[in-house]
Design a protein around this ligand. Structure first.
Ligand SMILES: [Mn+2]
Length: 216
């Protein structure tokens, strides 16, 4: 693997253009979806062609994803232990790998790896939010679904972001985070649909519309 810094990850993102075809491969939990959506939006804003793939550990295999047409891949919230061998298959593409899980296995040297594990417990959505500055409320949702609020290193991030929502942590968890968690459980059999719907939610206010889908 070749380890990169926050600003190098940002450079990779800045260089994305309309020439690029990008696959976003993200974990199937709240943190994975929220970070995946932030990178998806980033690529869309850069006019790149972009497609997302939800990766379920122990179920998904990269060889079953149709990745042929993509020249770049962004992988988020998937631990290296599960991904190292998998990434060998696609190491001819430019891969930005972002993760916060312990780095127990080395990735192929071609992969650009930005890991936050040495900074404590930093959910991928927080990192995606800090890199993209898109949908800060969604970065907050992902951070909290991943229990980021239990770690003091996220305290400043969480309180700054909560301020913008004008909600306290308990209310945010009750109204927003739990809705999105329930939404992902409801769509467990159809993650493509879940991504499609969640990606179109543009504000905290719109999260309550997800409750209509769930008939809550
Ligand atoms: Mn995850």
């Amino acid at each position: 693997m070749s380890e990169i810094t926050f600003s190098q990850a940002r450079e990779f993102l800045d260089e994305i253009s309309r020439e690029d075809k990008i696959a976003i491969i993200h974990h199937d939990d709240g943190d994975g979806f929220c970070s995946g959506i932030l990178f998806y939006d980033w690529c869309k804003n850069k006019n790149a062609m972009v497609k997302e793939f939800t990766y379920s550990i122990h179920k998904s295999k990269l060889k079953n994803f149709d990745l042929e047409e993509f020249n770049k891949v962004i992988v988020c919230d998937l631990a290296s232990g599960f991904m190292a061998e998998e990434l060998e298959l696609i190491k001819d593409k430019r891969i930005l790998y972002l993760d916060h899980h312990p780095r127990d296995v080395s990735l192929p040297k071609e992969v650009l790896e930005f890991s936050t594990v040495d900074n404590g417990y930093i959910p991928s959505s927080r990192t995606a939010g800090e890199l993209t500055r898109i949908k800060p409320w969604l970065a907050l949702v992902g951070t909290i679904t991943d229990a980021g609020d239990l770690y003091p290193e996220n305290q400043d991030f969480i309180s700054e972001h909560l301020k913008q929502t004008r909600m306290g942590l308990d209310k945010f968890k009750e109204d927003i985070t739990s809705t999105i968690t329930n939404f992902l459980i409801y769509f467990e059999g159809d993650f493509d649909k879940a991504f499609e719907i969640l990606q179109k939610v543009n504000s905290i206010g719109e999260v309550s519309q997800l409750k209509n889908i769930l008939k809550l």
